[in-house]
Write a new protein. Structure first.
Length: 277
């Protein structure tokens, strides 16, 4: 079964849906038409660029280039985690916590899968390593961002409760345990929902893409199950690491709550206020 090639005209037809949605946003005064068009244009350029990069990478399958590509992906994912938070850790901590958590979880799990489960030759073959890392990174990034955002928001809103617990003799782990537990739970909800709906309500993207490319459905399902389990592990472990590191950063060596270590994203805050109005 050969792959049906898409022409630029085919993509233009699909793009009219985005244009129609932007026009509807303008008509209803939703205020998201610029963001929608910018995001569509940005995603198109990014995907075209990554297509060219992957073509070159596949033709020059060397460990150095694969590692460089993976490093760039992890750094960009760490930045996305930081900018998605309304209250972020100041200094390098905002970027460092997300990036380190992603590296510890997503990168380690991807390498484990390549070496133990897939067993490609070489193990860093880019046609396996880069797509697998990308899928795990995207979902892990979302889980970590949600978990950190929930933790910092709860810490700010429940300041009096946390400080009362500290005054009553609890240590920092006990004082913020409820916030940390809820943040981890929030970070894991998306992947739990995705696994619950897979195959019944929705057909996951990887499986669909493989079937469209001619892969036997049973083999496509096997790969999808593998990827979903890897994503679950990456998201869960990454969220636990990120929330734990951030929770510790919110307290100093004298176990005092230090909300001054959080910076409010004024741009996002103003945007949300305008949207509410």
């Amino acid at each position: 079964m050969s792959v049906l090639a898409l022409s630029p005209f085919d993509l233009a037809i699909a793009a009219t849906l985005v244009l129609a949605l932007a026009a509807l946003s303008l008509r209803l005064q939703l205020g998201v038409e610029r963001q929608l068009l910018f995001s569509a244009a940005r995603s198109t350029l990014q995907l075209l660029l990554i297509g060219v990069v992957l073509k070159v990478l596949f033709e020059n399958a060397q460990l150095l280039w694969v590692a460089l590509m993976a490093g760039v992906m992890i750094m960009l994912a760490g930045r996305e985690v930081m900018v998605r938070q309304k209250r972020r850790l100041v200094g390098g901590w905002g970027f460092g916590v997300g990036t380190l958590s992603i590296f510890v979880s997503s990168f380690a799990i991807t390498v484990l899968a390549l070496l133990v489960v897939i067993g490609s030759d070489p193990w860093y073959a880019p046609q396996y390593a880069i797509p697998l890392l990308g899928m795990i990174l995207g979902n892990t990034m979302n889980g970590i961002a949600l978990g950190l955002d929930r933790l910092t928001q709860d810490a700010a809103q429940k300041r009096q409760i946390i400080e009362t617990r500290l005054a009553l003799g609890q240590n920092w782990k006990q004082a913020i345990s409820d916030c940390r537990r809820e943040a981890i739970r929030v970070g894991m909800i998306p992947i739990i929902n995705a696994m619950s709906a897979a195959g019944v309500i929705s057909l996951p993207g990887m499986m669909t893409g493989q079937i469209l490319a001619g892969t036997p459905p049973v083999e496509a399902v096997k790969y999808q199950i593998l990827v979903m389990f890897l994503i679950a592990g990456g998201t869960g472990f990454g969220t636990v690491v990120a929330v734990s590191l951030a929770a510790r950063r919110l307290f100093d060596e004298r176990q005092r709550l230090r909300l001054d270590r959080l910076a409010l994203d004024q741009g996002r805050h103003l945007h949300l206020e305008v949207a509410r109005r």
